[in-house]
Write a protein that binds this ligand. Structure first.
Ligand code: NI
Length: 305
């Protein structure tokens, strides 16, 4: 087909993909276009496009209101698109409980439980310890620090963060860290608790500098890369991602928030992980297959899935 036809077909495919919330065909260029026309439905297309690829969404909020009544569809669509595992995260007691309930419902969903900075005043260590012992719980998180307006006092945030780092150590679970405008203190807290970081952890939705990422990596931690790394104005994050060894990178959506470009502003979901993987491959100048293979191994090793 001529150049114009190819262009038109690409446009038609991406419009179609946008409608379905799926961008599978972008992986394999023209070869995929043929497959697209041969496929009878969305499921066939997803399966063909991602055959052999096994991805992990290491941070999602499947129990968010945005997915109410649609969890089965969302989890099913992710699996069709090559996302083999999803870790759904809590941020206080009730969301941690619903995250565990969701993980119990789906074989390929795991849970992360904890109190994040905004909810640190409600911290209940005993209750958290109890739910963290469920066999589908693979991490303590999200936990951490956020120094934006309206958040609880720093001292309280730090105290609850440290208590949860110690709980994770006691349970031999990795930590999932939420950090906003608090990278300096976050690093300091982690450094002085280094002996409690043996099970590892990750800086979820990493937004810090390349230099800071190196410090976290020196502590044995990972950085998690999501939709923000695809945004046009995200130069700082892109540099951090380029400089970070692939062996220390995890993929995540943080859905329903932070959908990757070109879905920015729309509802995010785990089936968009391939878009994030593709962007990471472009940033690093390596193949999507390598990104998928290494980040999935990283996730399996860290979360013991
Ligand atoms: Ni989150």
């Amino acid at each position: 087909m001529g150049d114009k036809n190819i262009k038109d077909t690409h446009k038609m495919l991406s419009d179609e993909a946008a409608k379905m919330g799926s961008v599978r065909m972008r992986f394999q260029g023209e070869e995929m276009i043929t497959e697209f026309f041969e496929a009878n439905n969305t499921e066939d297309m997803c399966r063909q496009a991602t055959s052999g690829l096994v991805l992990v969404d290491t941070h999602a909020h499947l129990t968010d209101k945005a997915f109410e009544g649609e969890e089965e569809i969302i989890v099913g669509r992710a699996a069709e698109c090559g996302v083999a595992f999803i870790i759904t995260s809590g941020y206080n007691l009730s969301s941690s409980q619903t995250a565990v309930a969701c993980a119990e419902k789906f074989d390929n969903v795991y849970a992360s439980v904890g109190f994040y900075p905004e909810n640190c005043m409600e911290f209940d260590c005993e209750a958290l310890k109890e739910i963290a012992q469920n066999e589908k719980v693979v991490a303590i998180g999200e936990i951490g620090l956020q120094y934006t307006e309206g958040m609880p006092p720093k001292e309280e945030q730090i105290e609850v963060f440290e208590k949860q780092i110690k709980l994770a150590h006691e349970l031999n679970l990795p930590i999932v860290i939420h950090c906003r405008e608090a990278y300096g203190d976050c690093l300091e807290v982690l450094k002085r608790n280094q002996q409690f970081l043996k099970a590892g952890g990750t800086l979820h939705c990493y937004c810090g500098s390349s230099e800071m990422a190196k410090e976290f990596i020196r502590l044995g931690l990972h950085i998690s890369v999501g939709g923000v790394s695809t945004f046009k104005n995200a130069d700082k994050i892109k540099k951090a991602v380029i400089d970070c060894p692939l062996e220390r990178i995890l993929l995540e959506t943080d859905c329903p928030y932070l959908a990757p470009h070109p879905f920015r502003g729309k509802r995010n979901e785990p089936s968009l992980i391939p878009t994030i993987a593709e962007n990471l491959a472009t940033l690093k100048g390596i193949s999507v297959e390598e990104v998928v293979s290494v980040t999935t191994q990283n996730a399996r090793r860290l979360f013991k899935i």
